[in-house]
Write a protein that binds this ligand. Structure first.
Ligand SMILES: Nc1ncnc2c1ncn2[C@@H]1O[C@H](COP(=O)(O)OP(=O)(O)O)[C@@H](O)[C@H]1O
Ligand SMILES: [Mg+2]
Length: 259
C-alpha cells in the first residue's frame, strides 16, 4: 500500500453557518441542463499487500454534475475526496460501477485513453502541485497549450499569472518559488486550456488568508467565464462565493449539504 500524499491534514469541524451562507448567496444564476459528470454505483479500492484485503475507499457512489456547475466537496481527512478526484481525472482504473465525464465512459477506457481524456478535458490542481521543474513558470503553462495543440502564445498564460499576482515570476523555475507561489502556478496551469472540468484538491491549503480567497475566487470566476465545470475540494471555512452546491464526502459516499 502506498503512503498517503504529503500535505494531508485533519479537517476541522464543518461550520454549518458558513456553508448555509455560501449556498444561499449563490442559489441564483445557474441554469444547467446537460450532465458533464455522471457516476453510478462507483466503487474504488486500493490493492493491499496480501493477506490484507483490498481497501474499499469509495462505495456505491452516485453523483450527477451538470455542465457549468461549480461544486465544492468537503469532508474529513481520509474520507476519499482525493480518491474521487483522481478517479474523475482518469488517474485510477474503475473496477466497480460507471463514471461518465464529458461524454467519455472512463470505466471503459484503457490507461492510455484515460491519459488522453485527462489532457484534453481536465484541469487538475494536485495537492502537491506537480509542476515541471525544468520549465519556467510561463513554459509550464505553455506546455499544456502545446499538449492540446492550441496556439502557444503568452497572452492567456500572462493574464492568469497577472490575476494571481505572480506575473513577475513568469521566468522563474518552480524550485525558486515559495509553496504558495507554486500553488498559484498550478492553479493557472489547470485553467490555461479552458478545460471542460476543473478538479482542484485543496488548492488553497498552502496560502495565507488573502491569497486563499484570491485563488478560490479566481477558480470560480475563471470556470464561470470559460463555462467550465468546477469540483473543488476545500474546507468549510474557505468556501468561495458563487458555488452552486456543497457536497460532503462521508466514508466513501457523497451527501448533499443542505442550507
Ligand atoms: N495510493 C493509496 N493506496 C492505498 N490506500 C490509499 C491510497 N491513497 C489513499 N488511500 C487511502 O484511502 C483513504 C482515502 O484517502 P483520500 O482519498 O486521500 O482521502 P481525503 O482526500 O479525503 O483525505 C484513506 O484511508 C487512505 O489511507
Ligand atoms: Mg485529500
Amino acid at each position: 500500500m502506498q503512503p498517503l500524499a504529503n500535505g494531508q491534514r485533519m479537517v476541522g469541524t464543518d461550520n454549518p453557518d458558513l456553508i448555509r451562507q455560501t449556498i444561499t448567496q449563490s442559489m441564483n444564476a445557474s441554469n444547467h441542463s446537460q450532465a458533464l459528470l455522471q457516476a453510478h454505483g462507483l466503487g474504488i479500492s486500493y490493492v493491499s499487500v496480501p493477506p490484507l484485503p483490498p481497501e474499499q475507499v469509495l462505495t456505491q457512489l452516485d453523483l450527477t454534475i451538470q455542465a457549468g456547475e461549480k461544486v465544492a466537496m468537503i469532508g474529513r481527512s481520509g474520507s476519499g475526496k482525493t480518491t474521487f478526484l483522481h478517479a474523475c481525472a482518469g488517474l485510477l482504473p474503475i473496477t466497480e460501477g460507471s463514471l461518465q465525464i464529458a461524454g467519455q465512459a472512463l470505466h471503459q477506457l484503457s490507461e492510455q485513453q484515460r491519459t488522453r481524456f485527462r489532457r484534453q478535458h481536465v484541469g487538475l490542481v494536485f495537492q502537491q502541485f506537480n509542476l515541471v521543474p525544468t520549465l519556467n513558470v510561463l513554459e509550464n503553462l505553455q506546455f499544456i497549450l502545446a499538449l492540446n495543440r492550441l496556439p502557444v502564445n503568452t497572452k492567456r498564460p500572462m493574464q492568469l499569472l497577472r490575476q494571481l499576482h505572480i506575473e513577475d515570476k513568469a521566468q522563474r523555475f518552480p524550485g525558486e518559488l515559495s509553496g504558495g507561489e507554486q500553488q498559484r502556478v498550478a492553479v493557472a496551469r489547470a485553467l490555461v486550456h479552458q478545460p471542460a472540468l476543473v478538479l482542484a484538491d485543496e488548492p488553497t491549503g498552502n496560502l495565507d488568508i488573502d491569497n486563499a480567497r484570491l485563488v478560490a475566487e479566481l477558480l470560480v470566476r475563471s470556470c464561470d467565464e470559460a463555462g467550465s465545470t468546477l469540483l473543488l475540494v476545500t474546507h468549510s471555512s474557505e468556501l468561495p462565493q458563487g458555488l452552486d452546491r456543497v457536497l460532503s464526502m462521508q466514508r466513501g459516499r457523497l451527501l448533499p449539504v443542505t442550507p
